[in-house]
Design a protein around this ligand. Structure first.
Ligand code: AMP
Ligand code: GLY
Length: 423
C-alpha cells in the first residue's frame, strides 16, 4: 500500500513514523517533507499548498491513501480535490476545514449552538472596531478572521495596543485578506489544554490530552512561537473536566457541524481554557497540532492507519482506540533567534540510536549531511512511567543532539509538574 503525507514539519514526521508501524504500507511519500525525514519517507519536492501538483502526483503514483496534515491545504480543498480523483483521504473537506479557516465562522458556530467560548464581537469596518475598543474591557484579544501562520492573535494589555492591532490588521493588512474581518474577544484566564480528537461525524474519540508551551523563553516569557514543547497527558485535564468537555464541547461541536451541512471528518483540535466558569474553547484547528502530535501519537497504542481509515470510511464507532497509560514529553530544539531572525545551514549530529525519538521540522540534506533549515529544527520525545521520567529522559536526549546556535526551553513540563504537586 502506498501512502502520501502532505506537509513538512515535525507533526508530519510523527505521523509518518507512526504509520510506518503498519506492515501493509510499502512506501510513504512526504510532500514536501524535509531532509530530516529521508530515512522514513520518500521526499517529494511539491509544496503543501500546490493542490494541483499534489493531486497529479497522487494519481500518477497510484497513491492508495492520503493524509493531509497542515491547515492551508485543508482550507484550500486538498481533500476535496483528491477525493474527486477517487483517492481516500484523512482530513476534512474545505467546507468543514472552515472551522479553523474562519474565526468568524467558528465563533458564530459556538454562539449558535451554545458551546462555551469567550464573549466576542465581529467587525468588518475599522472605525466601528476602534469605536468599540473605547469601552471594551482591557486586556482584550484581537483575532484576524483567516489563517495567519499562527500569528493572527494579539492579546492587548492597553487600549492603545488594541487599537494599533486593529489598524495593522484592517488598514495595513499585515495578514492580507485574513484581516478583512476581525474578532474582538473577552480575555480569559486559566490553564490551557489541547485535546485532539478523531471524528467521522458520527463518533468522536478524544486522544490523550496535552499541554503546549508557546512562549520562546523559560517561565513563559518572550515571544509567542509555534510551540516550544509539549507534555501529555495534561494534569489539569482531570476525568471530571474530560467528561464535561465531551458533553458541553466535543459532541456539540461535532453535531453543530453536521447540522450546518459541514460534517467534519479527520482530526479536530480543541484548544481549551479551563476558566473558573468551566472549560471554554479558545480555538478550533482542523488538523493535528504541532507539537502536540509529537507527544500524542507516540502514546497511541492502536495502529494509526487502521484508525485513520476507519475515520475515512465513517466506521470510527467500531474501532477501539487505545493510548498507553504513560507520559510523554517533547522538547523543541530551535535556531537561536527564533521566532525572529536566525541563521541556518549548521550541521546537526546525534547518536544513531536517538533517531526514533527525533521528529525533524526544519532541516535539509546538504552534501550528505543534515543541516538546520528552519526556526524550529526538531523535536525530541521521550516516554516515561511518570511525567518526571519523561521530562528527564527527553532532556537527556537533547543533550546528545548538537548543532550550532541551538536553543531550547529548559522548563518544558515544569508547570505541569507543579499542577500535579498541588493536587
Ligand atoms: P492561537 O494562535 O489561536 O493558538 O492563540 C494563541 C494563544 O493566545 C492561545 O494559545 C492563548 O494562550 C491565547 N488566547 C487566545 N484567545 C484568548 C482569549 N480569549 N483569552 C486569553 N488568551 C487567549
Ligand atoms: N500547537 C498549536 C497548533 O498546532 O496550532
Amino acid at each position: 500500500m502506498k501512502v502520501m503525507v502532505v506537509g513538512g514539519g515535525g507533526r508530519e514526521h510523527a505521523i509518518i513514523k507512526k504509520l510506518k508501524e503498519n506492515n501493509s504500507i510499502t512506501e510513504i511519500f512526504a510532500l514536501p517533507g524535509n531532509g530530516g525525514m529521508a530515512k522514513d519517507a520518500t521526499i517529494v519536492p511539491i509544496g503543501a499548498k500546490e493542490i494541483d501538483k499534489i493531486v497529479d502526483f497522487a494519481v500518477k503514483n497510484r497513491i492508495d491513501y492520503a493524509v493531509v496534515a497542515p491547515d492551508d491545504p485543508l482550507v484550500l480543498g486538498a481533500v476535496d480535490a483528491l477525493e474527486a480523483e477517487g483517492i481516500p483521504c484523512f482530513g476534512p473537506n474545505a467546507k468543514a476545514a472552515i472551522i479553523e479557516g474562519s474565526k468568524v465562522f467558528s465563533k458564530n458556530l459556538m454562539k449558535k449552538y451554545n458551546i462555551p467560548t469567550a464573549e466576542y464581537a465581529v467587525f468588518c469596518d475599522m472605525e466601528a472596531a476602534l469605536n468599540y475598543l473605547e469601552s471594551a474591557p482591557i486586556p482584550t484579544v484581537i483575532k484576524a478572521d483567516g489563517l495567519a501562520l499562527g500569528k493572527g492573535v494579539i492579546i492587548a494589555q492597553t487600549r492603545e495596543e488594541a487599537k494599533s492591532a486593529v489598524r495593522s490588521m484592517m488598514e495595513d493588512k499585515v495578514f492580507g485578506a485574513s484581516g478583512d474581518n476581525i474578532v474582538i474577544e473577552e480575555f480569559l484566564t486559566g490553564p490551557e489544554v489541547s485535546v485532539l480528537a478523531f471524528t467521522d461525524g458520527v463518533s468522536l474519540v478524544p486522544m490523550v490530552s496535552s499541554m503546549d508551551h508557546k512562549r520562546a523563553g523559560d517561565n513563559d516569557t518572550g515571544l509567542n512561537t509555534g510551540g516550544m514543547g509539549t507534555i501529555a497527558p495534561n494534569p489539569y485535564y482531570t476525568k471530571d473536566v474530560a467528561d464535561r468537555c465531551m458533553k458541553e464541547i466535543f459532541i456539540p461541536t461535532m453535531e453543530a457541524m453536521n447540522k450546518e451541512g459541514r460534517t467534519f471528518s479527520g482530526c479536530l483540535y480543541f484548544g481549551l481554557m479551563l476558566t473558573e466558569k468551566g472549560p471554554k474553547v479558545i480555538e478550533y484547528n482542523c488538523r493535528f497540532g504541532d507539537p502536540e502530535t509529537q507527544v500524542v501519537l507516540p502514546l497511541l497504542e492502536t495502529d494509526l492507519l487502521t484508525v485513520m481509515q476507519a475515520v475515512t470510511k465513517g466506521e470510527l464507532g467500531s474501532c477501539k482506540v487505545r493510548f498507553k497509560d504513560e507520559n510523554a514529553c517533547c522538547v523543541i530544539m530551535a535556531s537561536k533567534g527564533y521566532p525572529e531572525k536566525y541563521d541556518k545551514g549548521f550541521e546537526i549530529t546525534y547518536p544513531e540510536e536517538l533517531a526514533d525519538s527525533i521528529f525533524v521540522a526544519g532541516a535539509a540534506e546538504k552534501d550528505g549531511k543534515l543541516v538546520t533549515a528552519g526556526g524550529r529544527v526538531l523535536g525530541v520525545t521521550a516516554i516515561g512511567a511518570t511525567l518526571e521520567d519523561a521530562i528527564e529522559a527527553s532532556y537527556n536526549k537533547v543533550e546528545q543532539i548538537h548543532f550550532d546556535n541551538a536553543f531550547y526551553r529548559k522548563d518544558i513540563g515544569a508547570r505541569a509538574l507543579k499542577a500535579k504537586e498541588n493536587k
